[in-house]
Design a protein around this ligand. Structure first.
Ligand code: RIB
Length: 300
């Protein structure tokens, strides 16, 4: 049987990370950390995760006409991702500055550059690819009108549309009806539902509100507490694996890419979430974004 097509539309960044004992407070300098640079961006991380875990992946993003952009595309090609629809911008490629402390908490500042240039016209130009997708994965590091347009085109053509609403922001009502699966964390579920959730009861109310807006299924990721899988009116709690986290960057991205692969292979949503939980447990035990994402063979 032909493999299902997973298309990811989203951001591509170069991440510059310093891991140190503690995160600085405003005005403070913290020294003694270690620095590394590597490929990142939520869209790219999700595309790489889906590919390494066994998916047939096309990645669409916008990068600058610069060395970072060239390196990013070369990296995606090396992964075996279809890069033939990646676009170039006159703006610099996206970059992220990431600080990680000893307890694996992080702070991220992103200069989106070319990512913010992914326009609705660009989405029109890749409409044929979106119409052939079985699964479309989206996040919010590219402009919301473009996210909305991509979701509409793909869903109307019959694709299963997954939105990871990160980083959190207000979204147009229309977008929700094109979302087959929303994968927010607790903060994002709170913002999108208008509730300030601190417990499961509140999160379930938030999920009910999101479904009332038109979202079909919801998986709320809860970090070390696992995830809440809400589908067909049922709720399943998937525990996290107990591991020693060193850097949680790209854990959520790995989860999203993995869930798409699981679903594309015919797993139920709870089973796909269990598969994704295993994958992201590996990511948090390694440093970096894409450098930390596992391959299928790592998930024994
Ligand atoms: O989700 C992690 C990603 O967020 C990093 O790779 C960084 O580029 C930011 O976009």
């Amino acid at each position: 049987m032909a493999q299902k097509k997973i298309v990811v539309v989203g951001s591509s960044n170069t991440d510059m990370t310093i891991k140190s004992g503690k995160l600085p407070i405003p005005g403070e300098t913290v020294t003694g950390g270690i620095f590394y640079m590597g490929p990142g961006g939520k869209g790219a991380n999700q595309a790489v995760a889906a590919k390494r875990l066994g998916g047939d992946v096309t990645f669409i993003c916008k990068v600058g006409s610069d060395l970072f952009g060239d390196n990013s595309i070369a990296g995606y090609e090396k992964e075996g991702i279809d890069t033939s629809h990646i676009l170039r911008s006159n703006q610099a490629s996206g970059t992220a500055l990431i600080l990680v402390d000893a307890a694996s908490e992080n702070c991220i500042a992103v200069a989106p550059g070319a990512n913010s240039d992914l326009s609705e016209e660009d989405i029109d130009s890749i409409a044929p690819v979106l119409k052939q997708a079985d699964f479309l994965i989206l996040q919010l590091e590219t402009p919301v009108p473009s996210v909305l347009k991509a979701a509409r085109i793909a869903r109307e053509a019959g694709a299963y549309v997954i939105l990871n609403p990160a980083p959190a922001c207000e979204l147009p009502c229309e977008l929700f009806k094109y979302i087959s699966l929303l994968v927010p964390n607790q903060t994002e579920a709170s913002l999108l539902s208008g509730l300030q959730c601190h417990d499961e009861e509140c999160l379930l109310e938030a999920v009910a509100r999101l479904r009332a807006k038109g979202v079909q299924d919801v998986v709320v990721t809860l970090g070390s507490k696992g995830s809440l899988v809400c589908h067909d009116g049922q709720v399943e709690r998937i525990p996290a694996q107990i591991v020693q986290a060193v850097d949680t960057t790209a854990a959520g991205d790995t989860f999203c890419g993995a869930i798409a692969v699981g679903l594309s292979e015919g797993l139920s949503l709870p089973s796909a979430a269990r598969f994704a939980t295993k994958a992201s447990a590996i990511t948090v035990q390694r440093m970096g974004a894409q450098n930390s994402i596992p391959y299928r063979k790592d998930l024994i």
